[in-house]
Write a protein that binds this ligand. Sequence first.
Ligand code: NAD
Ligand code: TYD
Length: 338
Amino acid sequence: MKILVTGGAGFIGGNFVHYMLNKYPNYDIVCLDKLTYAGNLSTLKSVMDNPKFTFCKGDIADKNYVDKLFCEHKFDIVVNFAAESHVDRSIENPQIFLITNVVGTGVLMDCCRKHGNIRFHQVSTDEVYGDLPLDRPDLLFTENTPIHTSSPYSSSKAGADLLVLSYFRTFGLPVTISRCSNNYGPYHFPEKLIPLMITRAIYDKSLPVYGNGLNVRDWLYVEDHCRAIDLIIHNGKIGEVYNVGGHNEKSNIDIVKIILKQLGKSEDLITFVEDRKGHDMRYAIDPTKIYNDLGWLPETKFEDGIKKTIEWYLENQDWWKEIISGEYKNYYDKMYGK
Ligand code: NAD
Ligand code: TYD
């Protein structure tokens, strides 16, 4: 079995590469990644010498490059993690989100069609469903919830999802889509809430919480997401969408307080800053379908996952210190002010 993993130098793709090489030592894994600011070869350092792993630097939206790669390798499955993934950046500069997230997905699927109707899995997000109100805890996103996006990021992911489903209906391409809630865990780029708060709190820096901090996200440990994708690519039904989430809703302010408590730091570090434009209130996944059809359940409880994650950031400071210099520093100063 040969699997193309795009975006494998990023957070979830990187975790997926490690997960798959461990679980299936006989599979060949080829990673295609453009190495944007969010892609880090250091995430893949320990597998670079593995003969079952190949890294290729390239852009999923570059038709000629991707076509050549498909000529060189006979892929059985393509799993597309590659994306521009940060909502705040999409508000600053939407264009690149359209190119990578929509055009790039189209290029990959065209190659899947051309090179033998290859199985294609799209890694999508619960953000395509828009948001839910705080005062209706009974409401959850199901696979039938209408698409109703808020940010250029979620709109680009929704555009890609619709394109994927159209390739199934129009061309019969064997596709699946997973829509997961917010992930956390090792190798998470420190522009996102949890790693940003951990890496800043370690050095007693202020923690910027948007608005009143009451927005809710449904957090899932990244390895549970990898296991869900593994099940879908092996046993999922072609043409189907699967929601992935573990009923773990938490407000941003509670997340920040949990991190501070674990690190033994003062809540005085919390600084409320201007709210994100169009900020989604609440995300919450109903995972009934993936449980009923594929037997998937999350294995890592939040209390354990967050401890493991904080430990990882304490023990792997070289990984993130390298990242928070350079381009990221300019982004941080522009976004939050010096
Ligand atoms: P990430 O930003 O950490 O990583 C994205 C990776 O894609 C990087 O390695 C980057 O270099 C690469 N990339 C970007 N543009 C590329 C291009 N044009 N060609 C090739 N490679 C390119 O993102 P992530 O958090 O790991 O998310 C991975 C996928 O999962 C995304 O599709 C995202 O929408 C989805 N998702 C993320 C979450 C989450 O909580 N992080 C939740 C649900 C779904
Ligand atoms: P984020 O990690 O960017 O993920 P997403 O927007 O895709 O859910 O943000 C998670 C939540 O944390 C979201 O409600 C915005 C909030 N947030 C802050 O309050 N401060 C920050 O500095 C960041 C990056 C996010």
